[in-house]
Design a protein around this ligand. Sequence first.
Ligand code: HSM
Length: 325
Amino acid sequence: MFLPVRTCSFVRLIVDFAALLNTFLILIICLDQQAAAMSEKPTAYEGRNLLGFQFYLKHSEEHKVIQGFVDRVLPGVFKRIAQGKSQMDILGVGSGGGEIDAHILSVIGSELPAISLSADIVEPSMELSDNFKALVRRTPSLQKIPISWHTVTCEGFEKQVKDNGNVKRFDLIHMIQMLYYVKDYPRMIQFFHSLLKDNSKLLIVHEGAGSGWDILWKTYRAELCTKTVSDYMSAGDIKVHLNQLGLRYEEHLISSTMDITACFTKGDEMGELLLDFMTEQDHFYQSLTPDLQTGILDLLRNKCSTEKNGRILFDNSLCCLLVYS
Ligand code: HSM
């Protein structure tokens, strides 16, 4: 079909204008997301604290015990979730470097090879998200899974979902060792629970009631809850809120200890890094008064740990709460 020259240039003008408008809108959305990310407060995993966290992960058995728990208990759970489905959508909240996400995805992939997977990852730390992306690049089985990255806090993610209007729902949502850093955690649990499809699960892994962390952070709540943790709670406190919200859950204990002997040798670099991470201080001996240092070290040794063959073993037990949709 031939159009008159004048009509043709008018159509081209409209098309060019639409393309320009589109570019402009994309630019505004990007700037808005960047501004939102910049206005959020620093994450728990930055600077020396990130260094301490990475050392803690290497030194403790945290990942090993959680992965063991995934292998022992979760395959049956995944199979029940997958019943009658051809696709499972997974949401990782506060996924860090993605070590546990990768493990969960690979267990689901090998237990349920016929199921297609998608993953959404909410992690505010740029550095940890980059580590997760590098892990994906090194892991062929992960490269087959479409992953959407959300480099925001969970409050930021809630805002995005509410602003967008089109809500994606999930078959499995996990919040592993992250609720400490959330201000209004009962509301966050309620929000993420509302994103579950029918016959799905919200998996929460958190420090156990009565664990070393629980004792340390509740005894010194006023002194320690001043940075990224605004009010410490253990899995015991989360259970109280789940009950109040009327949510049904199963509970699994994951016991574990961590050797903190080095924390009691002043001048031991690794001991101090661990102590900094455990108390969320930049430098334990420079930031806290001598009385506070003595009190915390005494509590760590005598109330939070046991002694075995001359080693001081901190109670690093975790609890897994599997919340029903
Ligand atoms: N009290 C939180 C420390 C921690 N964060 C362990 C992740 N793992």
